[in-house]
Write a new protein. Structure first.
Length: 334
């Protein structure tokens, strides 16, 4: 997809068709070069060298490609996470990088809260087991099942999405506690939750733990066997943040099989699409021991028709501002 223009903006790949919306926002003076691949090895050095800016969806961007971005003023990721982007190599090359944090907050918060409420009320387990009830009906109540106002929900990360989750949970009466060293003193008073200064204290107290933090060198693998063991027995774990926060599927399977973890809901996995693993096989086969206790959604917590339009629009506007003003909003530095 190209047009005659004063600038050239590359788009590595796209989840939804071709970048026509982006082209409209970027304007007639921009030629859009659509690479149409997530395979970085297929990025042409000649095409990379022509770019004034580069937009990245799901592709990796490493030092080998960055070395050819000799004209590039900035790289913009469509999403929030940037684990696949070699930010250090971009910095070394003098190319600023930005992510796209101001979209989909409502959707991810809604998704997390839907998971929390459904697992707390044991809806999926009721649904799975009710299919086989041959006698009786209402007598088949699942225990334990507590009231929301007797339940503590702990948030690991109380940024944009975490705050939106707090605001959604408060009307249900949950007691909400949060761990986030990055938030300034008093943030908890403004938002309305109890601040906890130690993650292990949050794990020991929470009936539900929901993750809303990025994957960083400090957080990757933070939920290993030892940390899951610190969870309150019978707790629920919800992850709509990053799959890499969990050490691996082995520790999740062990916690679920032992019953120490009552249930888990995850939207993101370290490997997507997921490969073969005994836990995933049990989930796919609807094995009785796991009935309604593991919920997996295919990394679409961010999605709504409105959110995708917002994502694409915001990313393209970031590039347009860069071309017009030389300023890269939402800049990430590491």
């Amino acid at each position: 997809m190209t047009t005659a223009g004063r600038y050239v903006v590359g788009v590595t790949d796209h989840m939804i068709d071709t970048p026509d919306l982006e082209a409209d926002i970027l304007g007639d003076d921009v030629e859009v070069d659509f690479f149409a691949t997530t395979d970085e090895s297929r990025f042409s050095p000649e095409r990379l060298a022509r770019l004034d800016a580069l937009m990245v969806w799901g592709a990796r961007l490493g030092a080998r490609s960055i070395a050819h971005l000799t004209r590039c003023r900035g790289v913009v990721r469509y999403g929030v996470g940037y684990e696949k982007i070699d930010v250090a190599a971009l910095t070394k090359a003098g190319i600023p990088f930005a992510n796209n944090p101001d979209y989909g907050t409502e959707e991810v918060a809604d998704h997390a809260v839907a998971m929390i409420l459904s697992l707390h009320r044991r809806l999926w387990e009721h649904d799975a087991r009710a299919r086989r009830y041959a006698s009786g009906w209402q007598v088949h109540s699942l225990k334990p099942l507590s009231r929301s106002n007797r339940t503590i929900v702990g948030l690991v990360g109380v940024g944009r999405i975490g705050t939106a989750v707090v605001n959604r949970l408060k009307p249900f009466g949950f007691h909400i506690i949060g761990f986030d060293p990055g938030q300034p003193p008093g943030h908890e008073k403004a938002v309305g939750y109890e601040r906890v200064d130690r993650l292990d204290d949050l794990l020991a107290r929470s009936d539900v733990v929901t993750l809303h933090c990025p994957a960083t060198p400090q957080t990757r693998g933070m939920f290993d066997a030892a940390r899951l063991a610190r969870l309150k027995p019978g707790a629920i774990l919800v992850n709509t943040a990053r799959g890499e926060l969990l050490a691996d599927l082995d520790v999740l399977e062990a916690a679920l099989r032992s019953g120490h973890l009552a249930a888990a809901a995850i939207d993101t996995l370290a490997e997507e699409p997921p490969g073969n693993h005994p836990l995933l096989a049990a989930w796919r086969d609807r094995e009785d021991w796991l009935a309604g206790r593991l919920v997996i959604t295919p990394h679409n917590a961010f999605y709504s028709d409105h959110a995708v339009t917002e994502m694409r629009t915001n990313a393209a506007r970031t590039v347009r501002i860069l071309l017009d003003e030389g300023r890269l909003r939402n800049r990430v530095t590491e």
